[in-house]
Design a binder for this molecule. Structure first.
Ligand code: DGJ
Length: 689
């Protein structure tokens, strides 16, 4: 970082300690502005988050307006740029202001010695006497020296098809992704991978100095779970591509009253030289610091009854399932949707969070006691933000839902959404959770959210910041749960992977990546998941559900090995499994618990993709390596996995056998896969002392 000319903020100088700036704050690698009346020097520079009005031609993060017609902000440094360096890392805070608008902006940048991710955010303060509208309030920008243009990797999809990697060749222009849904979204993960466009020869571009290593790969992510937008701005001929993001600026406007402050969501950035897996490793290293723990205490083997019983939740039936679940090795038994008053279909009941007296006359305690007697913890599904029009809650508080004046609110999945941003709703949700968790029966909570927020906000409530209010309340409730019920594991879910992001990972223990549990389709989704998020949060169940897209048959073991890639669970109707199937399941759960520590703590390498004839995922810790491999009926003959991250001089024994391989040979010749279960295999290697 350096100071921009005339104190107009901060300018990015480089990523590797290379570069440097002259007195004018111009970083090495940035050509002097051509003599043109159409751009200012600030437009040419890789400025940190800046405002419309400070520069007016190229991208900005802050757009402000006052009702009296004052528009834009000419930001300038006011006071000391504070840099605090400790044993943990560094924190830089740069105070900026515009006295005409009455606006103060403090840009924050934080690094840590524990990981390679830079966090950026801003406090935007109204120091004036009248309200200021923030038409865009993004707290950070990363200027990536890969230009002109970039290849941008997105993780994209839809419900049940989340997280497919798509590479977009962005020669010039702005690529914009986001969510207007009030949740993170299934459509786009809130992150991008950015690298240089392929170029011939030595990669030189006439007129643009080479700015970074050709294999440099950057990741930028937004830590936010409400509506958002991320823009990758590739200005023609510019050496930097600018990535910035924050609260969605199409569906929301934040108005700051005098004295009020908005702290923006954090924008995260990292740089590696290498592959998508190297970038994933940088993200995983950061996410490890977000997790309160990565051990098995908050990632038990789950049995979840949703696919077995649907809305038909009866105590005897659940306990019959619990008999088998405990027997095959489940550590927690989770009763999903359908346990509460009136919930016999998706048409009713959301909001009436009491055990249904018709089907559970002796309450949840009966199932909880029975589950504990079978040696498992008891878990419960809830959708705190959901409300059915046919519920006592809605009849009592029709005004609590997100809605627009004069219009009937839109139902999706026959339900509405509570406006969690209302203080009375937040208090009621927290009170409901305290009532359910207080007695101590429930030690695992699955928090679901099964629709988008449409018609966001409240008539007469003023402002268009409903998503910000809803999301910050969601965070407060999760934080209160964690503080008050630290023994309760929280699984985040939004109809599968609709709410997965760094902010959720900081406040929950595991996430449900997708409602797709067909094993081959799931494998593809998990392939994308691991590119952005770590295995210790990736909840994955073995069910009997078919694949929708990749319908090639697969074995029961295949399903288990897919689920073993993260946090294994079971969601099948166990009463339909015969004794032989249960015995296989028992063995595979035991295998998983013996290697879970390596899967959850090892460095992840993906070998091939699930679309290939054979593919594998490797997890490496200093002492052990786990390789999970899958193949198609006609493929993978003679498959060898060229392992990475091993010590070439060390020897590795195949667990349970006398076979020993040299690390160097495993990297060059590869690990032979024997296909123990026909279509899949698990190999564990232990480093010889
Ligand atoms: C969507 C979730 O992703 C499923 O696992 C299940 O909990 C259903 N909702 C229940 O309504």
């Amino acid at each position: 970082m350096g100071l921009a000319p005339r104190g107009a903020g901060l300018v990015s100088l480089g990523w590797r300690g290379a570069g440097g700036a002259g007195d004018d704050g111009v970083p090495a690698g940035v050509p002097a502005a051509p003599a043109s009346p159409f751009e200012t020097d600030l437009d040419r520079l890789p400025l940190e988050a800046t405002a419309l009005g400070t520069r007016s031609v190229h991208g900005v993060e802050l757009v402000v307006r006052r009702a009296d017609g004052v528009r834009g902000a000419r930001l300038a440094v006011r006071g000391e740029v504070a840099l605090e360096v400790t044993d943990e890392g560094a924190h830089l805070a740069c105070p900026l202001a515009d006295d005409v608008v009455g606006l103060g902006v403090t840009l924050h940048l934080r690094t840590s010695r524990q990981h390679d991710v830079v966090e950026k955010w801003a406090d935007v303060r109204n120091d004036g006497g009248q309200p200021v509208e923030l038409l865009r309030a993004w707290g950070g920008a990363f200027n990536l020296p890969v230009g002109p243009g970039a290849v941008v990797r997105l993780l994209t999809g839809a419900w049940s098809r989340e997280l497919a990697a798509v590479d977009t060749d962005l020669a010039a222009g702005t690529l914009s992704i986001g969510s207007r849904q009030g949740i993170t979204s299934h459509t786009y993960a809130p992150l991008v991978g950015v690298r240089r466009r392929p170029r011939g020869g030595d990669g030189a571009v006439p007129g643009v100095p080479p700015a970074d290593h050709p294999a440099a790969r950057f990741g930028v992510a937004l830590a936010w779970s409400g509506s958002w937008r991320l823009a990758v701005d590739a200005v023609p001929a510019a050496p930097h591509v600018r990535v910035s993001a924050g609260l969605d600026d199409e569906s929301g406007v934040h108005t700051l009253g005098p004295g009020q402050v908005l702290t923006t969501p954090a924008l995260l950035g990292t740089r590696v030289e290498g592959t998508a897996d190297d970038l994933a490793h940088a993200w995983h290293g950061y996410q490890r610091t977000l997790a309160r723990s990565t051990g098995p205490e908050h990632r038990p083997v789950v049995y979840n009854s949703w696919y077995a019983t649907g809305f038909d939740v009866r105590a005897e039936h659940q306990l019959a399932l619990a008999d088998v679940a405990g027997d095959v090795g489940a550590e927690v038994f989770v009763v999903d949707d359908g346990w509460f008053r009136g919930r016999t279909s998706d048409a009713a009941g959301l909001g009436d969070w009491e055990a249904d007296p018709a089907r559970l006359p002796r309450g949840l305690g009966q199932i909880a006691d029975g589950v504990r007697a079978r040696g498992m913890r008891f878990g419960l599904w809830i959708e705190p933000e959901g409300v059915s029009p046919d519920s006592d809650l809605y009849r009592a508080h029709p005004d609590w839902v997100h809605r627009v004046a004069g219009r009937a609110p839109t139902t999706q999945r026959r339900q509405l959404v509570l406006d969690l941003g209302r203080p009375d709703v937040e208090e009621w949700v927290l009170g409901t959770l305290r009532r359910l968790l207080g007695p101590g029966d429930v030690s695992y909570l699955k928090w679901d959210m099964n629709r988008s927020v449409t018609d966001g906000g409240q008539p007469g409530a003023g402002g268009d910041d409903w998503s910000w209010r809803h999301t910050t309340a969601y965070y407060r409730v999760l934080e209160a749960l964690r503080a008050e019920f630290p023994h309760v594991t929280v699984e985040a879910c939004a109809g599968g992977g609709g709410r997965v992001d760094a902010a959720v990972l900081a406040r929950t223990d595991v996430v449900w990546p997708s409602d797709e549990t067909g094993p081959r389709d799931r494998l593809a989704i998990q392939h994308g998941f691991l590119e952005a998020y770590p295995p210790w949060v990736m909840s994955s169940w073995v069910t009997d559900m078919p694949d929708r897209v990749d319908t090639e048959p697969s074995s029961l073991a295949f399903r288990f090995v897919v689920a073993m890639s993260g946090v294994l669970g079971i969601g099948a109707d166990l009463l339909r499994w015969d004794e032989a199937t249960r015995a296989t399941a028992r063995d595979l759960v035991r295998l998983y618990t013996s290697l879970r520590d390596v899967v959850h703590h090892g460095r992840v390498r993906r070998h091939g993709t699930p679309a290939d004839a054979a593919s594998a995922v490797q997890y490496t810790t200093p002492g052990s390596v786990v390789v999970l491999a899958w193949r198609r009926a006609a493929g993978g003959q003679g498959y060898r996995v060229r392992l990475q991250d091993l010590d070439p001089a060390a020897r590795y024994r195949v667990r349970g056998t006398p076979v020993v391989h040299e690390g160097g040979a495993l990297a060059t010749d590869g690990l032979p896969v024997g296909w123990r279960w026909g279509d899949c295999d698990v190999v564990v290697l232990d480093r010889e002392p």
